[in-house]
Ligand binder design. Structure first.
Ligand code: CO
Length: 169
């Protein structure tokens, strides 16, 4: 089932999410993940974090489609182990539809997380995947990409946001 995506300004997006207890949440995961994939793919997103469907839990999905092919990553309780290099690229977010801004991130990001089967995995992402790792873990810490902008940019963005919000559901 497609879920409504929470938008900038909603409290759940500003809250630090609680760790997922795999034993108690496990049985609910298949349906929850199916909903997250459906919600994200419907709007051609590359990542979606649980707070974006109103759930304050440390869970996110990523599919950056390397070479155009789907590669679904499930991140339960993800931890960033290391970050290297700097790169500034344009970035957007399904919770801030219509707004894009250049954000400084890292070129190489290593993450450890648990998958839907309870198995722990580690992976080093580069390019868009590195950016997605940082962006989604930020969501779980109550941060949006806008929080990385400097004051001048934030003020500019505030004006645009006010206008965009009229069209959000
Ligand atoms: Co986002």
């Amino acid at each position: 089932m497609k879920r409504r995506i929470t938008k900038h300004g909603e409290a759940v997006l500003k809250k630090k999410s609680a760790p997922v207890d795999f034993a108690s949440t496990g049985p609910k995961l298949p349906q929850l993940l199916a909903d997250m994939w459906e919600t994200m793919h419907a709007v051609n997103g590359v990542g979606l974090a649980a707070p974006q469907i109103g759930l304050s839990m440390r869970l996110a999905v990523i599919d950056v489609k390397p070479e155009g092919k789907s590669e679904r990553l499930v991140l339960i309780n993800p931890v960033i182990l290391s970050r290297e290099g700097e790169v500034t690229e344009e970035e957007g977010c399904l919770s801030v539809p219509g707004l894009y801004a250049r954000v400084k991130r890292h070129t190489k990001v290593r993450v450890r997380a648990t998958d839907e089967n309870g198995d722990v995995w580690e992976r080093t992402g580069t390019g868009l995947l590195a950016r997605a790792f940082e962006h989604e873990v930020d969501h779980l810490d109550g941060k949006l990409f806008l929080d990385h902008l400097d004051l001048v940019k934030r003020l500019k963005v505030a004006v645009v946001l006010k206008d965009l919000k009229k069209d959000w559901d």
